[in-house]
Design a protein around this ligand. Structure first.
Ligand code: ADP
Ligand code: MG
Length: 548
């Protein structure tokens, strides 16, 4: 930040007033993303140096794209990135909370409270919050479609019009339930063009023939149709005429020699075809190319020949059908041939493809997303990804909390009550922490065009009266969020709060800042990695998972 002067100390430049620098970087970032928070968040337009324009109100995406030079800003960005990578949602919340906790720390410090006391108070407060959060949750059942849809819809409210967000939420839930929430069995394909409502969930693996390298020689009669319980054989290597390892240049002396060679090749082709037919193969999937004549003849025998299959699709087909790929056709045996339930060929939007459906315990799901321009299809992909993240988290963690900052208000009240039991100056700090987390409902109210000074006292009063589900509704008014169907995985807020507090604590420990020469210093020392890895992300580290 240009307003900060530096002075040379040996090889280092000492930055004066690190706390000022920390604060200005934090508040700049935090206020940049505040207006994107919640259902009334505004969009931002991001233009990169190549002129690409992206319009989004996805806070994490915005932070990812913005080039931040300030080291403190970069640490905050890393908070958002870690939240995005491990949880997927709650990134804006994490950055806003970190910013507010640092602002609060600054005013506590101005009031004469030493940073070590602030660290002590924040640690006590966040631990208390972690224990209390489960009291405000409801348990979700991964079979409860309607509830899971609410979770997905809540995560993306305001990102698109409500009809479409409902549709996207539905697609995500359908796809995930089908594959028992195992996202490694999910393929996402988006195609610009067409209508958003043409997006669909496909039960099975969708192999795109036009845009991937995979190509297919269809059997005339099966085009647009389907094969029921076809036998699937898979070959890893090229299928063609075997050529000797060392290439010999032979001059053909006579027509006899030519026909001898031709018949040798022909017998090789016949052997390949015979092997496939004898094994009753309906579909031959080859990772490399298949000799054209062989391909044509296979088609005549009614065998669907799929060649140059992309490696990931090839592996999935093997898993889904239970086939074991071999190096050559001659190595194929009956027990290496697998079976699909149905293989269907059809036009899919602007392209054509094959849908391969395995047995039920090898379920696979594909989401085909349609719509608008590249910009639109990119944003839809981000929206669907967010839906997928929260639905998966719900299935894994089960605990849901009311949205609209309801849990933050409830925790703030708990933490304030708890503060009374803290004996020394840390009591004031714990109070400050409680107030800081109320910024979340405050920003939600503000973004809905309300004044937080009116909203927050109302929320506090109603929570005090035992209405713990009251949060800021999409119209900015206090509302019972469970009744309104706005719920989110507890882990999203929990982890945003933990991460934000850890970042604040880390920065509070800094009393001096030095700039050194050399480009990788920030990457190693300045990076909050390591320091952050024990934020409760190791499986089962959440307070409520222990209890059930
Ligand atoms: P983040 O990056 O933190 O996930 P979002 O822009 O997704 O930011 O906003 C999340 C906030 O919006 C959370 O506090 C959540 O409770 C709130 N929110 C989401 N949906 C609703 C809704 N339908 N009504 C009220 N608040 C909502
Ligand atoms: Mg979100």
């Amino acid at each position: 930040m240009s307003s900060h002067t530096t002075q040379q100390i040996g090889d280092y430049s000492r930055v004066e007033s690190p706390s000022e620098m920390i604060l200005s970087a934090t508040s700049a970032l935090s206020s940049a993303v505040q207006t994107t928070l919640g259902p009334n968040g505004m969009d931002k337009m991001i233009i990169n140096d190549t002129g690409t324009v992206v319009v989004t109100n996805d806070g994490s995406y915005i932070l990812k794209q913005v080039d931040i030079e300030n080291p403190v800003g970069r640490m905050l960005k890393q908070v958002a990135e870690t939240q995005a990578d491990t949880i997927g949602d709650g990134t804006t919340t994490a950055v806003i909370l970190a910013g507010e906790l640092l602002q609060t720390a600054k005013s506590l410090h101005n009031d004469g409270i030493h940073p070590t006391k602030i660290i002590d108070g924040y640690t006590k407060a966040v631990n208390h919050a972690s224990q209390q959060l489960r009291n405000y949750g409801i348990k979700a059942d991964s079979g409860d479609k309607a509830r899971l849809r609410q979770v997905a819809e809540t995560a993306v409210t305001g990102r698109w019009d409500s009809n479409h967000t409902r549709q996207f939420a539905g697609l995500a839930v359908e796809a995930l339930q089908h594959i028992d929430f195992d996202t490694s069995r999910l393929t996402l394909k988006s195609y610009p063009g067409g209508e958003l409502q043409e997006s669909e969930q496909i039960d099975g693996l969708l192999v795109d023939i036009d845009t991937s390298s995979t190509s297919i020689e269809s059997v005339g009669t099966t085009t647009g149709g389907s094969l029921i319980e076809p036998a699937v054989a898979m070959v890893n290597d090229e299928i063609g005429i075997e050529v000797p390892d060392c290439i010999e240049v032979t001059k053909l002396q006579s027509t006899e020699q030519l026909s001898e060679l031709q018949s040798h090749e022909e017998s090789q082709r016949t052997a390949v075809i015979k092997q496939i037919i004898d094994l009753d193969v309906d579909i031959l999937v080859c990772q490399k190319s298949i000799n054209e004549r062989i391909r044509n003849r296979l088609v005549n025998y009614g065998v669907l020949a799929v060649e140059r299959t992309r490696q990931d699709e090839f592996d999935t087909i093997a898993r889904v059908t239970g086939s074991s790929p071999t190096q050559s056709v001659s190595a194929l045996e009956q027990d290496r041939v697998g079976h699909a339930e149905v293989v269907e060929q059809r036009a899919i939007g602007p392209t054509s493809g094959v849908i391969i459906r395995g047995s039920t315990n090898e379920a696979q799901s594909s989401l085909l997303l349609r719509g608008g321009t590249d910009h639109v299809s990119g944003e839809i992909r981000r929206i669907i990804n967010d839906c997928i993240d929260v639905v998966r988290l719900t299935a894994q963690n089960e605990l849901l909390i009311p949205s609209g900052g309801a849990a933050a208000v409830a925790l703030a009240s708990d933490i304030s009550d708890y503060a009374v039991s803290v004996s020394d100056r840390a009591q004031i700090v714990v109070e400050g922490f409680a107030e800081a987390i109320e910024l979340i409902p405050g920003v939600l109210a503000q973004n809905a065009g309300r004044n937080p000074i009116d909203t927050i006292p109302t929320l506090r009063r109603r929570h005090h009266a035992g209405e713990h589900m009251i949060g800021v509704g999409p119209d900015g008014r206090p509302k019972n969020m469970i009744d309104a169907g706005a719920v989110e995985p507890a882990i999203v807020f929990y982890s945003a709060l933990k991460r934000a507090t850890e970042a604040a604590l880390m920065m509070l420990r800094i009393d001096d800042m030095f700039m050194t020469e050399g480009s990788d210093t920030h990457g190693e020392r300045g990076s909050p990695h390591g320091e952050y890895n024990h934020s409760g992300q190791t499986g089962g580290g959440y307070p409520w998972t222990i209890s059930h």
